[in-house]
Design a protein around this ligand. Sequence first.
Ligand code: C2E
Ligand code: CA
Ligand code: CA
Length: 566
Amino acid sequence: MTRGPAVTSPHVLVVEDNPADARFVEELLRMGMGSDAEVATVDTLNDASAHVARHPVTCVLLDLSLPDAHGLEAVELLRAAEPQLPIVVLSGDDDEDTALRAVQSGAQDYLLKGRVDEVLVTRAVRYAVERKRAELELLRLALHDSLTGLPNRALFLDRLEVALARARRSGEGVAVLIVDLDRFKTINDSLGHQAGDRLVTMVAARLAEQLQPGDTVARFGGDEFAMLCASVEGIDDAVVAAERAATAIAAPFMLGETEVFLTTSIGIALGDATRQSAAALVRDADAAMHRAKERGRSRHVLFDDVMRIAALRRLETENALHRALQRAEIRLHFQPEYSLTDGRLTGFEALVRWEHPHRGMLGPGEFIPLAEETGLILAMGEWILDDAVRHIARWRGERPAYDLVMAVNLSARQLAVAGFVDTVRATLARHGVPPSALVLEITESLVVAEDEITRRAFIELRDFGVRIAVDDFGTGYASLAALKRFPADILKVDRAFVMGLGTDSADEAIVTAVVTLARALGLDVVAEGVERPDQRDTVARLGCDVAQGYLFAPALPPDAIADLLH
Ligand code: C2E
Ligand code: CA
Ligand code: CA
């Protein structure tokens, strides 16, 4: 970053059309800043711009009533022309309000002409310079990736907008490449995060070396990079750029003594004069990159018309899903759960359904993944939680003696949202349901991920009294250590193992192991997918506490549950 001239020999420009005021301020500056300070005066904004173009100005003192600009406009014009320049506004006593607003719109400080002395003026200049420097540094941080120093997604999109606007005028093409390292996670896991970070930094440097003038390389996070090729004539140029990037990364990296080889999956999307916004272009390149991964990695894929049609279709489903949520086509069904010790109904698991107007009843497998990808799961998840809690409030009211509990499935994405814990609290409060009547189910993979934010959220929820169940247990290879650190209360044995009971002796061994583990950690065990009486008997004998499955009941609509309670 260029830092501007040092404050020790400052060059201050006074922009003031009243000669008496100008002379007065000049005098104060000379007194306050010493003899090596250079002070120049101009009387219009136009002359100010001309002066700044020729001299290394440290700071501008700007009067708010100039012949060619007035009030805030003067600040805005100067700031637009010279975004790096610190500005101190000079104002008359009668318009301190305007001066304040000037600071809000980008000046660094203001001085009241009638109340200024050499100390105040000097302090204001020094302060403005420091403040501007801090401002620029913050801006740089906000637009760059801290690990590699490369532009981040926001800055990349900004530059892409500019490049697209230029392409519209010149008729040239713009290409976006999404470059993703293959199997980077394995390297990260085996060599450690620090080594992973070093590798990412080295990759960033190699990609930056490949840049042509006018191009940009950015880091989108993790091991994902984006390149903007600002003047490509067609597909061939873009492919050449992708091949250059891939070749640059293919040469071995040295991490200490270890030689590391990387391959890349690259998605390419071309924008031209008529087509596409920056965001759409990045999305297309990203889709092409995922296609490259699917096709076996270490290759590049061009976003083409076939993919465009597939993307459109997805967009249609996505829109339909949006509408479904608004039109209450999304419904909850509830599957009863029973105690294996006394056969009592203990509660329900809420399972979501889509009552599709043409395709009939759809299970979660057909729309939850899309909802997760698009972020719609957040709104949907909030609705699901609310509706589930609303129902359990009613059913607990009807059968107070049962102490019924509601289990709700969560997606990882819901947990990453700040305020999730508050949402849970507010939902329970809204319906007057105690926290002990709610169980939140998460898949074992979330435990494996050992994400600190998730863990904290769960600790908070659990302190509050909500219980946490680890779903599909046994499929995700959670380590004992991870499980011990994780604030779980319940393990749900995956139904695949229950299914095999009686036919596959390994499954009985697995269920036994899960129960033993749960006992050691003080957790309850729920067996899901119990379809036959012999399976029920076995899970009961092995020590599971609660069971659910088609043997007892499938997931039922709310009125069927109401019937069941009566
Ligand atoms: P899960 O949490 O493991 O849910 C249990 C699944 O097993 C349900 O399928 C249920 O209908 C089915 N099931 C219950 N008893 C039996 C049985 O005896 N035999 C067999 N073969 N299957 C049985 P469903 O409703 O299709 O849900 C599938 C998955 O979708 C759920 O798996 C859960 O991971 C996810 N899901 C369901 N509702 C929600 C939700 O509201 N939010 C989120 N994020 N995910 C949900
Ligand atoms: Ca579940
Ligand atoms: Ca499950």
